[in-house]
Ligand binder design. Structure first.
Ligand code: SIN
Ligand code: MN
Length: 213
């Protein structure tokens, strides 16, 4: 495995972490996950305005947003069924890239159509911030932006391409980040133009026996 590039302290980047064959295998695993837990359109808390991305989850917990707020829950908001388990490649990605962190509990699946974007935000609905957030990208390239822990901090931009991995850890765990735009047509991986981003997170605080040696 190549050494990662530090984009800002704690934000580690592995360009091309998955080769084409690996990307195809992960996309296939995700097709099964999404057949069981279909994409839904989340709504902004209070205003009820729809997000431009569609979402689903796998793992014991899933992140959802609706007029009631942001939260993690054990079931899909539309089907009422438990989220499907992590497919094997996601568990392996965490093993390989997240170091000694306790096991992940949620993987948010974001589907970006060509016009979708995601405003600058922090991932802070978890109880455990010592574990990193691991991001994997598939499909069209996107312009990712990352700053500091205050919204007004200066930001850097980076193009995330299919197969890239990125870790928000340590001082970058609570960094503001978002997606400014997609570059449609930059990947032939998916059956339609767009991008999938996966973010694996630890949600609850780990029990003492759970931290890996
Ligand atoms: C996210 O912050 O949930 C997604 C980031 C990305 O799409 O790269
Ligand atoms: Mn995020």
């Amino acid at each position: 495995m190549n050494s990662p590039v530090a984009i800002v302290p704690g934000c580690l980047y592995w360009p091309g972490w998955l080769d084409r064959e690996g990307q195809e295998a992960l996309a296939e695993e995700l097709r099964h996950v999404l057949a069981e837990a279909p994409l839904f359109t989340p709504l902004m808390p209070r205003t009820g305005k729809p997000f431009s991305v569609r979402m689903s989850n796998c793992g014991p917990l899933g992140w959802v947003s609706d007029v009631g707020g942001y939260r993690y829950q054990e079931t899909h908001p539309e089907t009422g069924r438990p989220w499907p388990p992590f497919p094997p490649m996601l568990s392996r990605a965490w093993e390989e890239l997240a170091g000694r962190a306790p096991a992940p509990e949620a993987c948010l699946i974001n589907w970006y159509g060509p016009q979708a974007r995601m405003g600058l935000h922090q991932d802070r609905d978890e109880e455990e911030f010592s574990a990193p957030v691991l991001s994997l990208s598939l499909g069209d390239t996107a312009l990712f932006r990352i700053g500091g822990t205050t919204r007004s901090d200066p930001t850097r931009s980076l193009r995330l391409a299919s197969g890239d991995a990125l870790l928000l850890s340590g001082p970058a765990r609570l960094a503001f980040h978002g997606i400014d735009r997609l570059y449609p047509g930059t990947s032939t991986l998916l059956k339609q133009p767009g991008r999938i981003n996966l973010t694996l997170r630890r949600v609850r605080q780990a029990g003492a026996g759970e931290i890996r040696p």
